[in-house]
Structure formats: C-alpha cells, structure tokens
Design a protein around this ligand. Sequence first.
Ligand code: FES
Ligand code: FE2
Length: 408
Amino acid sequence: MIGQRLSEPETMGGHAATIEEAAIVTQERPRVQGVGVREWRPRPTLRGTDYSSEAVYEEERERLFFRGWFCIGRADEVPASGDYLVRDVAGESIFVVRNRAGELRAFYNVCAHRGTRILDEDPACGSVGKAIKCPYHAWSYDLDGRLLATPNVHEDEQFERADYRLNEVAVDQHGGFLFVSLAAEPGSLLDWLRNSNETILEFERYRLGELRLGRRISYDVAANWKIVVENYNECLHCPQIHPELVQVIPLYRKGEVWDGETRDGGNEMAPGATSFTASGTSDLPKFPDLFPEDYGMYYGAFQFPNLMVNMHPDSVMAYVVYPQGPDRTRVVSEFYFRPEALAMPGFDPSPTVDLWDLISRQDWQVCERAQLGVSSRGYRGGVYPRKDRLLFDFNERWREALGRPQVG
Ligand code: FES
Ligand SMILES: [Fe+2]
C-alpha cells in the first residue's frame, strides 16, 4: 500500500490534514495483510452469536453505526438546492438535503412537532422544493432545519418556533461518497476513512468524485452484514462459486485475493483485458490519468464499515451495505461512470453490470448459507487460514469499534 499518487482531498469540513498524512496514518494501522505464509498462524473467527444475536446487533448499532461514519450513497443524487435522499442507517431513518447555499444538511427523519416520519423511503430521493413539510399537521422547515410555519398554531400561544428545529446529524463527503454520523460529537471523516483496513483514500487517481451514478441494483440478503463483508474480502470461495469471475481475474483461481506484489492490493485481469466484462473489453471510454498498469487491473477497497468499492479502467461498482437486523442486510450495488460516458449515445454498461449482477447473486447465496450455519448451536467458531487474513483484519477493526480486546 505504498507509492500512491494522490491529489487534493475533497472532503468538506474543517480538518486540515494533508493527504500525505492520510497515507502515513493508513500505513501505520497494524494489519496482517502483508504477512507471509511462514509467519501466519491461524486465527479464530467471530463467534456464532456475533452474527446472529439481537444483543450484538444492538451493540453494533450503538457503538459502531451510530458513533462512526456510515456511507449512504453518492452526493450526485442531491445535485440541486431542495434535492434530498432518505436512507436507513441501521434502523434510523435519516435524510440529506442540499440547502439554498448548496451545502449538504442531514437530519433524523422525524418531525419536531409530534415525531412523525416526514419523508418516505420509497422513493428514496426527490426534491422538497423550498421547504420540508410534514405530512401530518403541515409544519414546515427550511432546508437548514429551522421551523418556518405551523398552520393554526400561533406565537401568541407562548410558542417559540426557534426551539423546534429538525434534529441535525453530521454529513460529509469524500470521493463523491456521502457519509453521515449520528454521533453527538463526530470526529473528522478523513480520520475515520484512514482508520480502516483499506481505504478509498488510496485511489484518488480514479477521480471518484467526478463519477456519476449510472445503474443501481438492490439485493436483500438473509445474512448478517459482517458475513457479506467477509465474503467480499476473501477468494477461497471463488473457484467453486464464481466460474465466470475467475476467467476475468486469473489469480482468483488460486483462492487468493492479492498477489502481494501489485500496488494497492490490485489484481491483474486476464491477459489483454481492459474492462471488467466477460469479454474483457467494452465500448466505454477509459478513465484518464491512471497508472499505465491500471488499464489492465482490478482493485477492490473495503472502507470500514459498510462500503466496498471495485475499480475498473472504465467504471466503478460500489456495494453500500445497509444492516437491517442481525440476520438481514440490504446490499445496494451502484455503478458509476464518467459523465462523458453517460452522455454517449447508446451508452450501455450492461456487460459490466450483468457480470457483477451474476457474481453478486452467487455471493448472496453462499452468504445466506453461511448465516444458517453460524446461527446453529452446533457452530463452535471457525478458523481463518492465511488466505482469510483480511477477514481477521476486519474482525480486529470491528472489535476495536465495539471496545473489545484485540486478538492480535
Ligand atoms: S407531527 Fe409533523 S406536523 Fe405534526
Ligand atoms: Fe464472491
């Protein structure tokens, strides 16, 4: 994870750290990723109840999802003043709206009058126009959450509107990805992004912030969110589960996720392939200014806790993971492209979308099967051999977030 060529960070907010600092801190995070075959010793998996109990899920909500930063999609879904999107953050409905000054604001989706949910989750985005109006008694708020109007309730009733704003939460963005934090005192997003097993900060050259959403597929998976993340971080399953994927990325035939030599955990695609498609080619224009070798590479980055980004020479696919309970997860697969690609007549991303959709469905099937097994009282906990080492890294980061001791 060294030698990255990084441009200026585009995170909003007051943190003054440079991107060079970001890279240094990232490298300092202890990880077993680079540990060789001889040094590796098998590590224990999480316990079955960590994947199945309501109590652990509650702990995760309080200590992780409501305290850290949580990805909720893309800023380009709210391009103009009044545009909003609604998302479920581990059971809390949150909406983001762009205010009149063009800044992002995020709020609990809860009316200050008597608590009614204000915006629907279906459709999950749209425009509120100039004001956010509650569908119950028509109280309305401006785009900064200030109470504007309370029909038939007057100020001479000793009623101070300024006391009843929408309940605001932190929102920030990086690389075009939107993040919210429900913490009372959220730290900086950049610090959070650095303290991850892998990070999108290492891929500034893909100019993620310039990409635009082109396709979205939503999957409901009957598995714990950590099983989805762990499945993403290993390829021992690839030869058996993904016959099409191992054609595109030959290393995966060996059950390995990274050859330990390529930059940033990248993997070479099949000889001559320049696109993540079954044929290895596509009509989409290539991303500008990548390293020469990137045009034949695939990169995956897991940004703790709920974002997994797959980078290709002409497109990016991200899984945004929304935990719905201990044994249910919504995984939203979003495909991003250069604006000029989206503007092309006959723009057709289906070769990439179809291949990923196939791989995703193969994955969810085994994730659901794993969930069934780890929920059994007969499951005694399992083992991570070296090719599962990124899962162990993830589990250590998870333990850190929950205040549990590291296994080491
Ligand atoms: S609960 Fe929203 S206006 Fe009454
Ligand atoms: Fe897979």
